[in-house]
Write a protein that binds this ligand. Structure first.
Ligand SMILES: NC(=O)c1ccc[n+]([C@@H]2O[C@H](COP(=O)([O-])OP(=O)(O)OC[C@H]3O[C@@H](n4cnc5c(N)ncnc54)[C@H](OP(=O)(O)O)[C@@H]3O)[C@@H](O)[C@H]2O)c1
Length: 250
């Protein structure tokens, strides 16, 4: 039986990944901080050898715990999904909050990817969850968008390096998705993105699973509107694009 380890699996997109992968026959190891939610998730999964690890991936100890698991046991799939955002004027945000986000969105993701590729075999896969904002600098989410630009660049390079070994690496780019992400990031109802552009976590997972079966490109963007929006962003002069993104928070 195939095994998948998913970070940030207690809620949102990670949880949808856990449910989908278990339905398709994977044994799931779910990682997050909230033990009660992980226990609830395990009860919902179809029968199988599923498990969870309680770990705070913004800490060295939490990352080590999960990296050790990845180096001791072979997984066919790692979904590096755990991530947070921070909304606000850079100058006014507490540096500690931004550093904690960088530890989770960047350090943990790189460390777990590194542990994972030591044990991978031909046919295995790594999904790093980035964001449509990876392509668009975003005033009032400046550091968050930059962490996702890093995730995309890193994942695309790794895709090329791992190809000869038969390991598929994907940077998955959700756009606005209906989870607790916006609220947790410090966004309020005033700047909540409209429903018309909001996807469900299940739709994001649909896109990822389809791309995973094709193994064609490392750069996977969820949803037609997000594909159009990110292409438009790439064609525009950057100063216009940044101003356009900044207007979203005014
Ligand atoms: N929702 C969106 O609009 C959107 C758009 C583009 C990209 N994304 C990306 O998609 C990924 C998932 O986001 P989501 O929307 O599903 O957010 P979410 O609903 O807030 O879920 C985040 C998950 O990450 C876990 N997590 C947070 N901090 C953690 C930590 N320090 N250590 C371990 N786990 C931690 C949370 O569980 P615990 O609290 O239990 O630890 C939760 O399971 C993120 O990488 C995000 O950047 C989201």
């Amino acid at each position: 039986m195939k095994k998948a380890l998913i970070t940030g699996a207690s809620e949102g997109i990670g949880r949808a990944f856990a449910l989908r992968l278990a339905e398709t026959g994977f044994y799931v190891t779910a990682v997050a901080r909230n033990k009660a939610r992980l226990e609830e998730l395990l009860e919902e999964l179809p029968q199988g050898d599923h498990s969870f690890i309680v770990a705070d991936l913004s800490t060295a100890g939490g990352v080590k715990k999960v990296a050790t698991e990845l180096s001791r046991n072979h997984y066919e799939l790692l979904v590096n999904n755990a991530g947070v955002g921070v909304v606000g004027d850079f100058a006014e945000l507490p540096l500690k909050r931004l550093q904690s986000m960088m530890k989770l969105n960047l350090d943990a993701l790189v460390q777990l990817a590194h542990a994972y590729v030591q044990t991978t075999r031909e046919g295995d896969a790594l999904i790093n969850v980035s964001s449509a904002l990876a392509f668009m600098p975003t005033p009032m989410m400046s550091v968050y968008a930059a962490t996702k630009a890093f995730v995309t660049s890193f994942s695309e390079s790794l895709w090329h390096e791992q190809r000869p070994r038969g390991v598929f690496v994907m940077a998955l780019h959700p756009g606005v998705t209906g989870t607790n992400f916006h609220t947790r990031s410090g966004g309020d109802d005033q700047n909540r993105p409209p429903e018309s552009i909001t996807q469900t976590p299940e739709q994001v997972v649909d896109t990822a699973m389809a791309a995973l079966s094709k193994r064609r490109t490392p750069t996977v963007i969820s949803g037609v509107k997000n594909k159009l929006f990110t292409s438009m962003g790439r064609l525009m002069p950057r100063r216009y694009m940044v101003s356009m993104m900044g207007k979203g928070f005014q």
